[in-house]
Design a protein around this ligand. Structure first.
Ligand code: TXA
Ligand code: MG
Length: 329
């Protein structure tokens, strides 16, 4: 892989001000940033990602005081959630102000706002001084990047500045809560779970946060998002057990790769290109998820098999990403 020269905050801020794109780490995934008030930069962003311009992007801010200028009003729920989770892995959808361009909002009445906690993201946003529009720094519909190397391998040298913050701590995208409608709804599950959101909002029942309409208003809610190139299938633990018995492994007729909670069987056979042992804790699993999917995807196999995680709420965001990765329609 081609080595990128190390970039400084000064390079990054200058690039943003000149309408260039900057990739930077957040605690969830790497973002591809553009000055949120610069139409040319935003168009460049959509073109590089290969993302349809009707899909809204999140505006990243450094502090709560900047919020007022981006939305019409800051509802009480936003204050409660911000106090608890910002800076952090949470995005709020709020009614937009005029400052939020159509290119940012996808022409909707709302704008997505996040104050990330990663120190590099924080410093970049503080120095830049206003909103940075940033989707994940990958090609549209593909696996989000959780390291600077992932960004380079997805977007190559088209990004002028990449700030390298090592591996992302959380590893999957932020929880999105829509506060622009009559009641709060979760549009995308994340590592801040539905129970925590309900608790902070004083809701008795987490079902109140379920998004009723499943309209693909956000790309993250489209079935084929976060997909590796190789077809992916989620399989039961029993299926992994059967597969792991040597006679069955010998019978496989096309190369597969596996992400399983179990260790690789000692006799793998040459039909298994890659067997990655997943972490048993959802926080650790999420941190490695996209890196692991990339390893499986690069193994040259024809099918990726992923052992289904437990059916409990703390695995909900991970299962959401796995289901989308499996659904390549
Ligand atoms: O963790 C994250 O959220 C990362 C980091 C870089 O902040 N960003 C990210 O961006 O995942 P992106 O563009 O890959 O996904 C953002 C999601 C999309 O599904 C987008 O449609 C949705 O947020 N979104 C943004 N503004 C919205 C709005 N006004 N209404 C509904 N959905 C919105
Ligand atoms: Mg994305």
């Amino acid at each position: 892989m081609k080595q990128q020269p190390k970039s400084s905050f000064a390079d990054a801020v200058r690039a943003l001000k000149e309408g260039e794109l900057v990739a930077f780490p957040t605690e969830t995934v790497y973002g591809l940033g553009a000055d949120a008030q610069n139409e040319k930069a935003l168009k460049r962003l959509f073109a590089l990602k290969g993302r349809p311009i009707s899909h809204p992007v999140i505006v990243h801010l450094s502090c709560f005081e900047q919020l007022d200028s981006w939305c019409k009003l800051v509802p009480e729920e936003a204050k409660l959630l911000a106090k608890e989770f910002w800076p952090g892995p949470l995005t709020l959808i709020l009614s937009r102000s005029k400052k939020a361009l159509n290119l940012v909002t996808g022409g909707q009445d709302s704008v997505g706002i996040r104050i990330p906690g990663h120190p590099i993201a924080q410093e970049l946003l503080r120095l830049f001084g206003d909103g940075v529009a940033a989707p994940s720094a990958n090609k549209f519909g593909r696996i989000s990047p959780t390291s600077a190397d992932h960004v380079v391998s997805d977007l190559g040298n088209s990004v002028k500045v990449i700030l390298d913050g090592g591996n992302c701590q959380i590893g999957i995208e932020s929880t999105i809560v829509d506060l622009s409608g009559s009641s709060p709804k979760i549009l995308r599950p994340g590592m801040i779970g539905v129970e925590r959101i309900a608790q902070v909002l004083g809701l008795k029942n987490t079902a109140e946060l379920d998004s009723a309409e499943n309209v693909p208003r956000v790309p993250g809610s489209m079935p084929s998002h976060y997909a590796p190139r190789t077809p992916l299938k989620i399989v039961s633990t029993e299926e992994i057990d059967r597969l792991a018995s040597s006679s069955n492994i010998d019978a496989i007729n096309e190369p597969i790769s596996v992400l399983s909670f179990q260790r690789a069987p000692s006799l793998l056979g040459d039909r298994v290109s890659q067997w990655v042992k997943a972490k048993a804790d959802p926080i650790d699993y999420a941190r490695d998820l996209y890196k692991n999917l990339r390893i499986l995807d690069a193994s040259g196999s024809r099918l990726l098999l992923v052992e289904a995680p437990p059916d409990t709420l703390n695995w909900c965001a991970i299962k959401d990403r796995l289901m989308r990765a499996a659904n390549q329609g």
